[in-house]
Design a protein around this ligand. Structure first.
Ligand SMILES: *Cc1c(COP(=O)(O)O)cnc(C)c1O
Length: 384
């Protein structure tokens, strides 16, 4: 089956008791047993829930994986992966990670004895160079990447990184949130584990917080399912229903996100008050060729810099929007904007931010699926 058909049908069967075409919301905490231990495969709703099972199977199909496992948030999924390890185990992560991922690594799991090394992985050669004999003595268990990255939309070559991790027997995790399974399938490129903040494009309607892991390895899947139940960060059935419903239009939404974002990027690129546009769909973007290779489209996220270095000017532009809403998060049908320097990256000192290419006038857009003429009109009046 092709992607759109899988999005609507994979793992979904009419309800056996009524024929209901939509998966019911099994809003229950427990299941009646005929006699002790004799039941229909469901005992307690932290352990299993039929609405969740359908969603997990659907997500596995979308990433061409064998197992899908859902958690109560993207960070809940991250937490489960990091619990695969023991004190002394090392994880090499991209130095350009989602802030919450960096925080759980350094402020939670580092305290428990896990080791983290942050490396610029936009160049796969830097991973090879960073692997000291000590790192390769068996203590490095995992490499963790995101692509495209936030907020500068840098690309990481998944297949090239996977070739290196495989040759050393290290596992590779790809946070595929920004691309969605419609645009990029890391397992097909050699990754071992895919992680999603389902909150974003998969849910797609800014009404649910959820996370998911998709993988092929049976043993690791069994351990992650054990952690899902043993640690308890499970999503509720109502949220699973909302995400199943959201996924039915994922391919259609992503097409429009990509189409709108390309037009917005081209508009901004020629604007005299815009000095730089970061979008992999532009030929001037350093990751453009790689994006063409590893993605089906260029996605719905972009960022741009205003000329000059005036933070108040960036703030004024963001306060002037009528259609774009100023809000954290991304991937919903409605357009959002954020100001990384004062919002998501405010805790990083200005000099450090600028060294990483993050200017005070940088504005990040999650381009929605409204009529693109209205979005461009809104940018025109706000930038002035
Ligand atoms: C939002 C996000 C997360 C965290 O997901 P939550 O659902 O908010 O816990 C992780 N990675 C990326 C790239 C994200 O955008």
């Amino acid at each position: 089956m092709k992607f759109g058909t899988k999005a609507i049908h994979a793992g979904v069967e009419p309800d056996p008791t009524t024929g209901a075409i939509m998966t019911p919301i099994y809003q229950t905490s427990t299941y009646v047993q005929e006699s002790p231990g004799k039941h229909k495969g469901y005992e307690y709703a932290r352990t299993q829930n039929p609405t969740r099972t359908v969603l997990q199977n659907n997500l596995a199909a979308l990433e061409n994986g064998k197992h899908g496992i859902c958690y109560s948030s993207g960070l809940g999924a991250t937490d489960a992966i990091l619990k695969l390890f023991r004190p002394g185990d090392q994880i090499i992560a991209s130095n350009d990670l989602y802030g919450g991922t960096y925080r759980i690594m350094v402020r939670v799991f580092q305290e428990f004895g896990l080791k983290f090394k942050f490396v610029d992985l936009s160049d796969p050669g830097k991973l090879e160079a960073a692997l000291t004999p000590d790192d390769l003595s068996g203590r490095t268990k995992m490499v963790w990447i995101e692509t495209p990255t936030n907020p500068l939309l840098r690309l990481v070559d998944i297949a090239a990184i996977a070739a290196i991790t495989k040759s050393h027997g290290i596992q590779l995790v790809v946070d595929n949130t920004f691309a969605s399974p419609y645009l990029q399938n890391p397992l097909d490129l050699g990754a071992d584990i895919v992680l999603h903040s389902v909150t974003k494009y998969l849910g797609g309607h800014s009404d649910t917080v959820m996370g998911a892991i998709i993988l092929n390895n049976d043993e690791t899947a069994q351990r992650l399912t054990f952690i899902q139940n043993a640690c308890g960060a499970v999503p509720g059935p109502q949220d699973c229903f909302l995400v199943l419903r959201g996924i039915k239009t994922l391919h259609v939404r992503m097409e429009r996100h990509c189409e709108n974002t390309q037009k917005v990027a081209q508009y901004l690129q020629q604007h005299p008050k815009v000095s730089q546009v970061h979008y992999p769909g532009l030929e001037s973007h350093p990751g453009h060729e790689l994006a063409k290779r590893q993605m089906r489209g260029f996605g719905g996220m972009l960022s741009f810099e205003l000329s000059g270095d005036s933070m108040p000017e960036a703030v004024r532009v963001m306060e002037s929007f009528n259609v774009f809403s100023l809000a954290e998060s991304l991937g919903g049908v409605e357009s959002l904007c954020t100001h990384p320097a004062s919002m998501t990256h405010a805790s990083i000192p200005k000099e450090e931010r600028q060294k990483n290419g993050l200017k005070d006038t940088l504005i990040r857009l999650s381009v929605g699926i409204e009529d693109v003429d209205d979005l461009i009109q809104d940018l025109a009046q706000a930038i002035g």
